[in-house]
Design a binder for this molecule. Structure first.
Ligand SMILES: Nc1ncnc2c1ncn2[C@@H]1O[C@H](COP(=O)(O)OP(=O)(O)OP(=O)(O)O)[C@@H](O)[C@H]1O
Length: 252
């Protein structure tokens, strides 16, 4: 990719508020300051500094450019070799548990996320760990199954769900925990067109701030901000109309 010089056009954006309603918890921010990450001798993220405040942030870029590593830093799945990541002021290095409660993470392959053999058991698992009572657990599970059209799959063995249903269950399993932020790592990669649309719709409807790593440019064309990664750096940081056009151009 011939995008050697970082271009930062949009460092900060006001959160979208079309309702005139008072600030909501999603008005928080993730601050990434001087972050580098190394695996052995290999530096895969290079001195990143960014503030994320938008409701929909896309992370795109070529294979191996550091997108997933970046995503994993946001909820403390990975701690940076240098620099720091703060989520609403919580440092991922020292307050990992609290950060993970704030930031849900949806893996590319839902099979890595779905733990329990029956759909509703899988959704209940994290909620039991939170110490919620039975009624609250049932209410949250009902709400999320209805929202994602999985009501009829409640008792179904998780491994028999279709690919799209599994991805929706993985998203549901994160949302049921009521995080403020959701990071999704290539959520549509394994899906056919119909299920891509279903998951895209689910992402569009999220109340949470969402950060989505993807090669599916269509998925993010109406997002608030696009970060293009190349060789461990953010080389384009702009609105989708400009960022995606430049990216496609550079990929030639
Ligand atoms: N646990 C690890 N140990 C060693 N190297 C790793 C590890 N995780 C990632 N890497 C390397 O870091 C680099 C960036 O990987 P990353 O998964 O962040 O890229 P990506 O942009 O998400 O790629 P893709 O689009 O292919 O998913 C790659 O070269 C990868 O091989």
């Amino acid at each position: 990719m011939s995008l050697s010089k970082p271009v930062m056009r949009r460092e900060r954006h006001a959160p979208r508020d079309t309702t005139g309603s008072p600030p909501t918890p999603t008005d928080g921010m993730i601050e990434i300051t001087g972050v580098s990450h190394r695996f052995g001798d290999r530096e895969v993220l290079k001195t990143l500094s960014l503030t994320l405040r938008e409701r929909r942030v896309a992370v795109v870029g070529s294979n191996g450019s550091g997108k997933s590593t970046f995503a994993r830093l946001l909820n403390g799945l990975q701690v940076p070799t240098e620099g720091r990541v703060l989520v609403d002021g919580l440092d991922t290095r020292t307050e990992g548990r609290a950060v993970r409660r704030h930031v849900g993470f949806v893996f590319q392959n839902p099979d890595n996320q779905i733990v329990y053999p029956i759909v509703e058991e899988d959704l209940a698992f994290g909620l039991k760990n939170l110490g919620l009572d039975k009624r609250e657990i049932a209410a949250r599970i009902d709400a999320v199954l209805t929202r994602y059209g999985l009501e009829n799959q409640r008792q179904q063995p998780s491994h028999t769900l279709s690919g799209g249903e599994k991805q929706l269950l993985a998203i549901s399993g994160v949302l049921v925990m009521a995080p403020r932020y959701v990071v999704l790592d290539e959520p549509t990669t394994l899906l056919d067109l119909r299920n891509k649309r279903r998951v895209a719709e689910a992402i569009r409807g999220l109340d949470q701030t969402a950060i989505v790593v993807t090669h599916d440019l269509d998925l993010v064309k109406d997002f608030d901000r696009v970060l293009v990664f190349d060789d461990g750096r953010v080389v384009i940081d702009d609105a989708p109309s400009r960022a995606l056009a430049r990216y496609v151009d550079a990929m030639g």
